[in-house]
Design a protein around this ligand. Structure first.
Ligand SMILES: Cc1cc2nc3c(=O)[nH]c(=O)nc-3n(C[C@H](O)[C@H](O)[C@H](O)COP(=O)(O)O)c2cc1C
Length: 223
């Protein structure tokens, strides 16, 4: 598979088949992702991989917390900008509208939206649920490194015929993640990553999100 094929076939999948993933394949993905560049070669990423009973226990614990109205402390970082300017607001709303249309959840259907939101915490039924963390003492630069690492995981998964969905949703329930996976106090929960075989027939998996033309964000200096 060419790098461009991995990039262009990656998209966030939100319906997975339960088929298990061989641990050797996960080790291959993580080992290769670990070649990610990082400033000063700090390699600041911390990865927690759950599968089988461990993945289910994490899901159950978070869903139970939701049922108990336990919203916890929330994410430890700004998952989104503090203020949305119109261009970003429009992009976020568009993808939300497209996704919820494919899910068959009409606007204003609060119960339907909650149902979908809860699926995040089942890793959308993927057999593997990863959690990416970084030490709190790290600077913004090391969060860039973690982002690169995360992308490498997603692209390498493609080479194994697997799909993914990155999930900031887990940062919101970081207190449960921390408790279940024994994440040390000095680490921040960045996000989750669902990984498995996507269900190709599932309508929500058909979402191909839009991208702005490169002229929107690229400034050239050619002479
Ligand atoms: C850091 C990060 C966190 C995300 N968190 C969630 C999430 O919690 N739930 C979800 O359904 N999608 C989540 N997404 C997926 C985005 O919605 C998706 O990447 C975006 O709409 C572009 O679509 P694509 O990934 O299919 O190209 C997240 C993506 C990133 C990069």
């Amino acid at each position: 598979m060419k790098v461009s094929e991995a990039i262009n076939s990656r998209r966030s999948m939100r319906v997975f088949k339960p088929d298990p993933i061989a641990k050797a394949d996960l080790e291959w993905i993580i080992t290769n992702a670990n070649r990610a560049a990082s400033n000063g070669n700090l390699q600041p990423w911390k990865l927690y991989v759950t599968m089988g009973g461990a993945r289910q226990r994490l899901s159950t614990a978070i869903l139970r917390a939701m049922d108990d109205n336990d919203h916890g402390p929330g994410a430890e970082y700004n998952v989104y900008p503090r203020e949305f300017t119109p261009v970003y607001d429009a992009r976020r709303k568009l993808v939300g509208k497209q996704l919820y249309t494919l899910l068959g959840v009409p606007r204003g259907d609060a119960a339907g939206m909650t149902r979908q939101f809860r699926k995040n915490y089942e890793f959308f039924d993927a057999p593997v649920g990863m959690i990416l963390c970084v030490e709190r003492r790290m600077g913004n630069g090391q969060w860039i490194d973690c982002g690169i690492f995360l992308d490498q995981l997603m692209l390498l998964a493609r080479e194994k015929g697997l799909h993914t969905c990155p999930q900031a949703a887990f940062s919101r329930y970081q207190h449960i993640v921390r408790r279940e996976l024994k994440v040390p106090d000095d680490q921040v929960v960045i996000c989750g990553l669902a990984l498995g075989y996507a269900d190709p027939g599932a309508v929500p998996n058909n979402l191909i999100t839009e991208r702005a033309p490169i002229s929107d964000f690229t400034t050239w200096f050619t002479e």
